[in-house]
Ligand binder design. Structure first.
Ligand code: B12
Ligand code: SF4
Length: 502
């Protein structure tokens, strides 16, 4: 039996970690999860658990924060092994070169990779043949092993282990529970990692499918298992790319969910695969709010560059149906990709005004090396490598463009352009001003209101969640200040995901 500690900086229940934990527990291991904002003394909390293995979940930009902790834990627990998984090491083996920190990485889905890894370490066996695992060779070069088939049947997995998250009072007492019903996505947008995941996170065996859905029966049982132990939740938020992933699933869900679970919910939708019958079914099932990616007002950018697949016909066609059936809806939008001019970004504001969403989330384009567009941006030298923008995609831009200051200001003031009469004219003038905290606060206030009220997450919960994660909004500023003082502090390495407000 091994003891595995998952370390996280974001106050959120992560589906990936929940599932890894449940698989490890099913095989007799002991697991726990530690979130920085929820521990008084983070170092000691993990140290007291006496882990044999520490697991880091990392998105790009979020990988280095635990290194100072790990160096200290490794001093006191000499047998400690560290594995990093998630999107970052799935596409970049660079963490393995931190020899004193990371002992192995995993690529793609890691349920069985982490199990075999933990068991190999416990038995003193080699890890060099384990599928999905990355390791450092004797010649100092990182090696990525081939990956195994994805888990074809999500119902074959034990229920995700919520206990490692709901041991924290804040997470179990909030209004909304985070749940996943599927993996994958119907789209392959060029700015998102999912497109490459579909190619690189599969073994390529015949019949293997990256898009998978839990059965409605499994999902209802999973929910009832959670609600029986944590009865305080009032609503569910589905974190999936789209709840309407598989044709016909929503109809069955609308039959069973209200009778067997009965909690209202919010979710993402794919508007290309949605018709009025699906909307009616979702409403009947208890849906209160949906979200979809508009991303750009320009059809050329949305369809030809981002490969989103949403033509103007769909973009203008679906919102009236959502309004007709009284579902509130929010759009996701991207500012500042190399494909767009500032005028295109104002077009995004105008299209939002026209389709009347109840809220607009606006993120700043970031070139991830795990995306088609990101790879192109790095190859063409469009990324300012000297600029530290922190881990967040809501804070700043690392793209080299002359109008970058105005783009970032527009992201902060976007909602004024959409919702205030005459807003666009005012915002056109304001974005010429230097960046300032009032603009930052304007963006955060809209985000808070839309998240808390429109999507129903609750004013207080969302405010507290924002406070818990606000550190990352200014993470790069703090790092800059710490670097200026040349003080090696923990804070200088903290990347505390802003995700809570997405
Ligand atoms: C839901 C979601 C969120 C949620 C929950 C966080 C989470 N990652 O679960 C919230 C809203 C909080 C969020 C926040 C952010 N997200 Co997000 N998010 C997603 C989304 C849509 C689904 C993730 C998911 O649950 N998948 C289902 C589970 C089962 O899969 P999984 O998480 O990948 O887990 C498997 C493996 O990764 C691995 N694994 C997972 N954890 C661990 C841990 C260890 C130790 C090991 C060994 C393996 C391992 O095994 C798991 C089981 O097979 C993905 C897109 C996607 N489809 O992956 C983006 C995605 C992960 N997010 C992304 C980004 C950019 C962010 C933010 C930085 C955004 C921001 N606010 O600025 C933050 C970062 C927060 C953080 N600390 O990671 C990017 C990451 C890109 C990259 N290359 O790094 C993605 C890929 C989307 C994209 N734009 O391309 N996100
Ligand atoms: S629809 Fe969303 S999750 Fe799917 S590929 Fe596009 S951005 Fe990624």
């Amino acid at each position: 039996m091994a003891r595995i500690a998952f370390v996280l900086t974001t106050c959120h229940e992560f589906e990936g970690v929940k599932v890894l934990s449940s698989v490890l527990k099913k095989h007799g291991h002991q697991t726990d999860c530690f979130i920085t904002s929820e521990e008084r003394d983070y170092y000691q909390a993990v140290r007291d658990f006496e882990p044999d293995v520490v697991g880091i979940y990392a998105t790009s930009g979020q990988e280095k924060w635990p290194y100072p902790y790990i160096r200290r834990w490794k001093k006191e627990l000499p047998h400690l092994k560290v594995v990093m998984g998630g999107p970052h090491p799935s596409h970049d083996l660079e963490p393995l070169y931190e020899r004193d920190v990371v002992d192995a990485t995993t690529k793609g889905e890691a349920e069985y990779a982490i199990l075999e890894l933990v068991e190999a370490w416990a038995a003193g066996r080699s890890i060099r043949e384990i599928p999905n695992v990355g390791w450092l060779g004797d010649d100092g070069k990182a090696v990525q092993n081939p990956i195994r088939q994805v888990i074809g049947d999500l119902d074959s997995l034990p229920f995700p282990d919520v206990d490692v998250f709901y041991k924290y009072a804040f997470l179990r007492n909030k209004r909304v529970m985070q749940v996943h019903a599927s993996r994958g996505c119907q789209n392959s947008c060029t700015y998102c990692s999912v497109g490459l995941m579909k190619k690189e996170w599969i073994s390529g065996k015949k019949g293997e499918k990256f898009n998978r859905v839990k059965s409605v029966d499994y999902l209802c049982e999973e929910m009832n298992d959670i609600v029986a132990r944590y009865p305080g939740f009032r609503m569910v938020n589905f974190g999936d790319a789209a709840l309407n992933m598989e044709r016909g699933w929503v109809q069955e869900f609308a039959e069973k969910w209200p009778k067997r679970v009965g909690l209202p919910f919010a979710c993402n939708i794919n508007i290309n695969h949605l018709n009025e019958d699906d909307i009616i079914a979702m409403k009947r099932a208890g849906c209160v709010s949906v979200q979809f990616g508009l991303e750009s007002g320009s059809e050329r950018v949305r369809v030809d560059v981002y490969r989103k697949g949403y033509t103007d016909k769909v973009v203008y066609g679906i919102p009236p149906l959502l309004r007709k059936h009284k579902l509130t809806y929010r759009t996701n939008n991207i500012m500042g990709s190399p494909a767009e001019t500032l005028e295109d970004m104002f077009e995004t504001a105008r299209v939002n005004k026209r389709i009347k969403p109840n809220g607009c989330t606006v993120l700043i384009y970031r070139a991830f090396k795990s995306t088609v567009l990101g790879q192109e941006d790095y190859a063409l030298g469009r990324v300012d490598l000297e600029k530290d923008i922190g881990p967040s995609i809501q804070q700043d831009s690392h793209m080299k463009r002359e109008d970058v200051a105005q783009v970032v200001n527009l992201q902060k003031l976007f909602n004024l352009a959409v919702y205030m009469p005459g807003g666009e004219t005012l915002v056109r003038q304001l974005i010429k001003l230097p960046r300032n905290r009032v603009f930052d606060l304007t963006q955060l206030s809209f985000l808070w209101y839309q998240h808390a009220v429109v999507s129903g997450y609750g004013m207080l919960d969302d405010f507290v969640l924002g406070l818990k994660n606000v550190g990352n909004v200014f993470a790069h500023t703090k790092r800059r200040q710490a670097a200026a003082k040349s003080e090696p502090s923990f804070l200088a390495h903290m990347d505390i995901g802003t995700d809570a407000t997405l």
